[in-house]
Design a protein around this ligand. Structure first.
Ligand SMILES: Nc1ncnc2c1ncn2[C@@H]1O[C@H](COP(=O)(O)OP(=O)(O)OP(=O)(O)O)[C@@H](O)[C@H]1O
Ligand SMILES: [Mg+2]
Length: 210
């Protein structure tokens, strides 16, 4: 499956979820390609850091620019079990190409910084992409959420009004484990010590997606 982590809003957790999902699938035995389509290259840097820390990333990482992304990923799709694409936080060629080639778009939404305008825009881009990528499924997930509280409910209520995007029941809570894992070159599933709640949420997310 080709999964693209997308949002036109920055800092919502696209890269964090992309690398955690890539590692989770690799740990489950899948042959995974992580495509970094963000010029900042954070997901590719993570793969390098992970390789330095533990000897091998366990998946293939590749940087691709918007223009070549669609054709390259199209060619590579048969060679990997899963392809995870991380894009930057702007509306650019990389994002549009990812939406055209993906089976599923996962849109992380941070309840505390949620703004309707950017979500309306990403919803429009999903609809446009379906013009050439009919089967594109789109899911929003709350990330870096409070464990409970009004922000989550409010965000869910607004997200629920967009019928072109499904809202996942689960949420990924804001947990220090995500930063600690990244510093170790690991995911929340293979870091030490393991944070059971973060690992449980990531396992549930991956199960719901794949
Ligand atoms: N669930 C979480 N709990 C705690 N921290 C998180 C969580 N998700 C993301 N973060 C942190 O939030 C910051 C932004 O996350 P990340 O870089 O993944 O966002 P992004 O959407 O990829 O940003 P950009 O648009 O710049 O590419 C990072 O410091 C990351 O560690
Ligand atoms: Mg990023």
């Amino acid at each position: 499956m080709i999964l693209a982590l997308v949002n036109i809003k920055g800092g919502v957790g696209k890269t964090t979820l992309a690398v955690n999902i890539a590692v989770a699938r690799a740990l489950a035995g899948a042959d995974v390609l992580l495509v970094d389509a963000d010029e900042q290259g954070s997901a590719a840097d993570f793969a390098q850091h992970r390789t330095n820390e533990i000897g091998a990333a366990g998946y293939t990482a590749m940087r691709l620019k918007g223009r070549e992304l669609r054709s390259e990923v199209g060619k590579l799709r048969g060679k990997f079990d899963d392809i995870v694409i991380d894009v930057g936080g702007q509306e650019n060629e990389g994002l549009l190409a990812a939406l055209k080639v993906a089976d599923k778009a996962l849109i992380p939404v941070q309840p505390s910084t949620f703004d309707v305008w950017s979500f309306e825009r990403i919803a429009d881009l999903i609809v446009d992409a379906r013009g050439v990528n009919e089967g594109l499924r789109a899911l929003a997930v709350l990330n870096a959420a409070d464990a409970q509280g009004h922000d989550n409910d409010e965000a869910r209520e607004i997200l629920g009004k967009f019928e072109q995007i499904a809202v996942m029941d689960m949420a990924i809570v804001r947990r220090k484990a995500f930063r600690n894992a990244a510093a170790q070159g690991r995911s929340v599933l293979d870091m030490t010590p393991r944070d059971a709640k973060a690992a449980g949420e990531m396992t549930a997310l991956v199960k719901a997606l794949f």
